[in-house]
Design a protein around this ligand. Structure first.
Ligand code: ADE
Ligand code: ZN
Length: 329
């Protein structure tokens, strides 16, 4: 079996995926047309040409623009189900999906419209593809904590559909500590906690995500490598880091996949796994992330297997569910 076949054949979980970041240009144009929404770009080709980013903010500007096409429950269903179809083709057996309600509620789309479409797609994917999934609400960190409290209130009637609370968007100048109170509330309500930290922000933001937000899992976390004590803490406590190689390349967190720190992270005993982040924007879904990194870092078969197993182990699944998937390796 060659490496590509191995990567395809392994059962995998995806733990860092923004559903809005799976919005493929073709689907964006179809949905915009049926909703009578004029996009900033005239064609799929023109839009794709704009996908050149110098940093996280460059990307976020285009990504939020694309979200404007999404208005109705069916739009959120189509977006989410399209992702699950790709996930099925890649042998993803479990997905933990983030969505950012504020991106939609701030445009006048109700929380219920968004979550109803996503949930219906989750249920259909479970039935048709046997893919299990969890849902993560991600607060936008460029907005204030008061706005996060408003979303939290809107989410209350849907508590049973939501598994975790996360934090994303522009990292620099928006430290995790800014959201101290709302994450305390989220924890009190029994949510699993994730937070983007150390993608562009300094190691201090990772410490804050752990010590102040009490994050169960860190999204990205690349910059932990600048702080030895932090690396030791993350490794000793086996705190999962969701690594997104093609995202790191496209947002210039690394300038070449050959210099990606994943191998160094593995060697230091960090509990890492591979994810696609915003695959419609970064040039590939989950398997492409594994394949490109394998090629550029010369990862061995056993390292690939460790990464895939880690994706299952770092998920929110129960121990029994994890053991079931791990028994298929
Ligand atoms: N929103 C979508 N993708 C993101 C990323 N990689 N970092 C921060 N916010 C995001
Ligand atoms: Zn992300």
């Amino acid at each position: 079996m060659n490496m590509e076949q191995l990567i395809l054949s392994l059962p995998k979980a995806e733990l860092h995926l923004h559903i809005e970041g799976t919005f493929e240009p073709e689907l964006m144009f179809i949905i915009a047309k049926r909703n009578n929404i004029k996009l900033k770009y005239k064609s799929v080709e023109e839009l794709k040409k704009a996908y050149k980013f110098n940093n996280l903010q460059d990307f976020l500007d285009i990504y939020y623009e694309g979200c404007n096409a999404l208005l109705h429950e069916q739009d959120f269903y189509d977006l989410t189900y399209a992702y699950f179809t790709k996930a099925y083709e890649q042998n993803i057996v479990h997905a933990e999906i983030m969505f950012a309600p504020q991106t939609h509620t701030n445009r006048g789309v109700s929380f219920e419209t968004v979550i109803a479409g996503i949930y219906r797609a989750q249920a259909d994917a479970n039935k048709n593809y046997n893919i299990s999934s969890k849902l993560i609400i991600s607060f936008l960190r460029h907005l204030d904590e008061e706005a996060a409290f408003e979303v939290f209130e809107q989410a209350k009637p849907f508590r049973g559909l939501i598994d975790a609370i996360g934090l994303d968007s522009s990292e620099l100048n928006h430290p995790p500590a800014k959201f101290k109170h709302i994450f305390r509330e989220a924890r009190k309500n029994g949510f699993f906690i994730t937070a983007h930290a150390g993608e562009e922000g300094p190691p201090e933001y990772i410490w804050e995500a752990i010590n102040i937000l009490k994050a169960d899992r860190i999204d990205h976390g690349n910059r932990c490598l600048e702080n030895e004590e932090l690396v030791k803490y993350l490794a000793d406590n086996q705190i999962p880091l969701t690594i997104c190689p093609l995202s790191n390349l496209k947002l210039k967190v690394v300038d070449d996949l050959k210099k990606h720190p994943l191998k160094e992270m593995l060697d230091k005993g960090l509990f890492i796994n591979i994810n696609s982040d915003d695959p419609a924007y970064f040039g590939g879904y989950l398997n492409k992330n594994y394949i490109e990194l394998q090629k550029h870092l010369n990862l061995t078969e056993s390292e690939i297997i460790i990464l895939a197993k880690n994706s299952i182990k770092a998920s929110m699944l129960t121990e029994d569910e994890k053991n079931f998937h791990l028994s298929n390796f």
